[in-house]
Design a protein around this ligand. Structure first.
Ligand SMILES: [Zn+2]
Ligand SMILES: [Zn+2]
Length: 286
């Protein structure tokens, strides 16, 4: 196995763990927001085929209720009982369905221990932990109920394509769950230590969306800033030509060394180039 394969594997495992954590966070909100009136802001409509189907069932049931009420001589006006928000349920259902598919895929692709249960709203923490863990090597964990389970089974899988597939699907499903709850902002901010050692712009941004700092990343928001491979001033151990510059939390010491070198070789310029370009540039525009 080449060094590069190791890096790609770890990238995929970290990415899967990161998006599993994003999904888990969003899923908690989906459960809270099923009750109307509790949302911080209106969620965008999410009219999938399933949602339409469920809405159809609900309106048919409501219509039947009204007819029954009329026949009983009661008011057909709403009873004051608020309906649950179906789009939140639909998004939960979608997330659980996808997670089940991914679990199945990982079990068939070589996980050393089967999960053995379908994902539900109650066990989603354990299921995602089984699947992606924290991106580290697989290990055994025990639930509060005393059940032992494998953590990070994805890392048991040898096929890099499966790793990539799982990471991408987790990202999709996390994005969709976040959209349903109206969570559109990632927590990003300008990184206090500027500039980027590669492009010399003050365009470094930290993404601290997740509570666990292990998943924090610092990236250069400049679209033109591309790694030139070995010898690139980014000093990344696995400098890959053409890639954008992103340092994981664990790599921040390397970033700081690179910045120090840059300061020594461009003492005047590094101060002069500070234009605070990050603020006029949003992450999505890269
Ligand atoms: Zn840069
Ligand atoms: Zn580089």
């Amino acid at each position: 196995m080449t060094d590069q394969t190791d890096v790609d594997r770890q990238d995929a495992l970290d990415s899967a763990a990161r998006h599993a954590a994003r999904l888990l966070h969003a899923f908690g909100w989906l459960r809270v927001l099923v009750e109307p009136g509790r949302e911080p802001r209106p969620a965008p409509p999410l009219l999938t085929d399933t949602a339409r189907h469920w809405l159809g069932i609900q309106s048919a049931a409501e219509a039947a209720d009204r007819v029954a009420n009329l026949r009983a001589g009661l008011s057909a006006a709403p009873t004051g009982q608020v309906p649950i928000r179906l789009e939140m349920l639909t998004a939960q259902h979608h997330a659980l369905t996808v997670v089940d598919q991914l679990v199945d895929r990982v079990e068939r692709a070589g996980a050393r221990a089967r999960l053995g249960v379908p994902a539900t709203g109650r066990n989603i923490v354990r299921v995602l932990d089984w699947l992606a863990g924290d991106g580290g090597p697989p290990c055994w964990a025990v639930t509060t109920g005393g059940v032992a389970y494998r953590r990070g089974a994805l890392a048991d899988v040898a096929d890099l394509r499966v790793l990539d597939h799982v990471a991408h699907r987790l990202q999709e499903v996390a994005d969709r769950a976040r959209m349903a709850i109206g969570m559109t902002e990632e927590r990003t901010a300008p990184y206090p230590h500027q500039p980027c050692p590669a492009c010399r712009r003050r365009s470094l941004e930290i993404d601290a969306t997740l509570r666990n700092e292990r998943y924090w990343t610092v990236g250069c928001t400049s679209a033109a800033c591309r790694c030139t491979g070995p010898g690139c001033p980014c000093l990344q151990r696995h400098a890959i030509e053409g890639r954008g510059h992103v340092w994981t939390y664990a790599e921040l010491p390397t970033l700081h060394v690179a910045q120090q070198r840059h300061r020594l070789s461009h003492p005047v310029r590094s101060a002069a180039v500070g234009h605070g370009g990050w603020s006029s540039r949003r992450r999505g525009e890269r």
